[in-house]
Write a protein that binds this ligand. Structure first.
Ligand SMILES: Cc1cc2nc3c(=O)[nH]c(=O)nc-3n(C[C@H](O)[C@H](O)[C@H](O)COP(=O)(O)O)c2cc1C
Length: 185
């Protein structure tokens, strides 16, 4: 796919099915992520790949966290949490790895990790795959962070759900003029 076409027409795919991206496709998406702009070359990111049984375990982690918050959680709600990661055959958890730095504020490092996450969605689109960036409460729950092995200075930027597109979506057309002004002093 032509680069500009991929950039302009990227869409998210809430519905994804197997098979998961191949090893080669995964490597291409990760290489795209590693080209995110990065002040100070701090590489403030890491990526946790989850497939197969790992997705089941991730769902159990979510459900256990939800139950820890609410011991009376109904079984249907528990199952809803447990099934969340099963909406795609692969999930990449994008983790911002931040540190105090004399020239690069933590906020900039977070932005770099966000750019890396977006690069994954763009590369997926260019490869003909589907992707959806999700967060929600389970991106910020301490029990989930611990279960995924996050360390001091790390936080989850997003879960990138990846797989084959179930349905083609067209990108919404926005007018750039609605978001642009010119400043001439
Ligand atoms: C940081 C971040 C977190 C998001 N979290 C969710 C989410 O939890 N659930 C959801 O439905 N969409 C979420 N989205 C939005 C979708 O990824 C997607 O951008 C949105 O559905 C619009 O679709 P589009 O990308 O095709 O325009 C999130 C986007 C970002 C950037």
């Amino acid at each position: 796919m032509e680069a500009l076409d991929a950039l302009i027409n990227r869409v998210s795919c809430p519905r994804l099915e197997g098979p998961a991206p191949t090893a080669e496709q995964l490597e291409q998406m990760l290489q795209a992520a590693l080209r995110a702009p990065d002040h100070g070359a701090l590489r403030p990111w890491r990526f946790i790949i989850t497939e197969d049984e790992g997705l089941v375990k991730l769902g159990q982690l979510y459900a256990a966290a939800a139950r820890a918050d609410d011991p009376t959680l109904a079984e249907a709600r528990y199952e809803k949490y447990a099934n969340m990661p099963l909406r795609a055959p692969m999930v990449i958890t994008v983790v911002a790895v931040t540190r105090e730095h004399p020239k690069v504020p933590v906020g900039e490092q977070m932005i770099s990790a966000g750019c890396a996450a977006h690069a994954i969605t763009q590369a997926a689109h260019a490869l003909g795959l589907g992707a959806m960036w999700r967060t929600g409460e389970m991106a910020y729950h301490p029990q989930v962070e611990q279960g995924l092995g996050l360390r001091e200075g790390e936080c989850i930027i997003g879960y990138i759900y990846l797989g084959q597109r179930c349905r083609e979506r067209r990108a919404p057309q926005l007018e750039s003029a609605d978001f642009v002004t010119r400043w001439e002093g």
